[in-house]
Design a protein around this ligand. Structure first.
Ligand code: MN
Length: 292
């Protein structure tokens, strides 16, 4: 069995003091299956009148995937969607050729705890039409000491409602008591496990909150030891066959696609549209590649 890779997420600043820990991408690992971005936000307590406010920004060639644990966040996008996401729910936004959105804590928000992920789209869907879906009801069941919530894909005979385009899985594990949980894995998948609260032990190795464990494909089973109230996010998928380029909020399959998206965003190209009522538009930093 291959050893477990231990990845320490880096701190990232979303602006206005909103600090997150970024488990993907890192130097060590760019992706887990099609999952190409994983931010752990909070838990954070806001001062009155505070909260998270992310101005209008574009995405391409990816799906943004929000798993909310605490708080309430209003999503608005250039398709005209307005949706409040609450704990236990998933928002899935498919960017395809282009979409713009804003994310704001509700005015009386005092706390936030969430995982924000991106799923890279395969080349044949890079320019697909944008879409947004809200999933308030997810498959939930108990296994051993844990309450399981299936966020994406299929697991243990359950299937989540989110529309995804490559073989992958997302699972939330919440330990109601100390104990051991054995999970059947797909040997064709690679996996990443991130304790969002508490800690976990895999193969006798201890992982504290925000220590990301990466497992290469080839495992058929995983045994986790969890202490009471620990919460672990498991993501997995078939290793993504095509190289993915990421810059700012853009994903693409080559630098040309990213450079074009950035020029189009700066020029107000209609491929992105506008979020009704949005007052703040985020500016992309200059492309990091000479000649583009
Ligand atoms: Mn976004």
């Amino acid at each position: 069995m291959n050893p477990i890779e231990r990845i320490v997420p880096r701190a990232a600043d979303l602006g206005e003091g909103m600090l997150v820990r970024r488990a993907l991408p890192t130097r060590q690992r760019r992706m887990v299956g099609a999952w190409c971005f994983l931010d752990h936000a909070g838990p954070i307590d806001f001062a009155p009148g505070g909260g998270m406010h992310v101005g209008a920004h574009p995405h391409t060639c990816l799906q943004t995937f929000t798993w909310l644990i605490e708080g309430e966040v209003l999503h608005r996008d250039s398709l005209g969607n307005e949706q409040v996401i609450r704990p236990g729910q998933v928002n899935l936004m498919t960017a395809g050729r282009g979409i713009v959105h804003t994310e704001d804590s509700l005015p009386d928000a005092r706390r936030l705890h969430a995982a924000q992920l991106w799923i890279a789209l395969p080349p044949e869907l890079a320019d697909c039409a944008p879409a947004f879906a809200h999933h308030p009801e997810l498959p939930r069941w108990n296994e051993g000491p844990c309450a399981l919530t299936l966020l994406a894909g299929s697991f243990g005979g359950h299937t989540a409602p989110a529309t995804i385009h490559t073989p992958l899985v997302g699972l939330d594990l919440l330990a109601r008591q100390d104990g051991t949980l054995t999970l059947a894995l797909d040997p064709g998948f690679e996996y990443g496990l991130l304790p969002l609260e508490g800690s976990m032990d895999i193969d006798g190795e201890h992982f504290a909150t925000d220590e990301f464990a990466f497992l290469e494909a080839g495992r058929a089973q995983l045994t986790l030891n969890l202490s009471t109230d620990s919460r672990v996010l498991l993501v997995g998928g078939q290793p993504f066959g095509t190289p993915v380029t990421m810059w700012w909020n853009f994903v693409g399959h080559d630098k040309d696609a990213i450079a074009r998206a950035q020029r189009d965003w700066e020029a107000g190209h209609p491929r992105f549209g506008e979020v009704p009522g949005a007052t703040r538009k985020l500016v992309a930093p200059p492309l990091p590649w000479p000649g583009y």
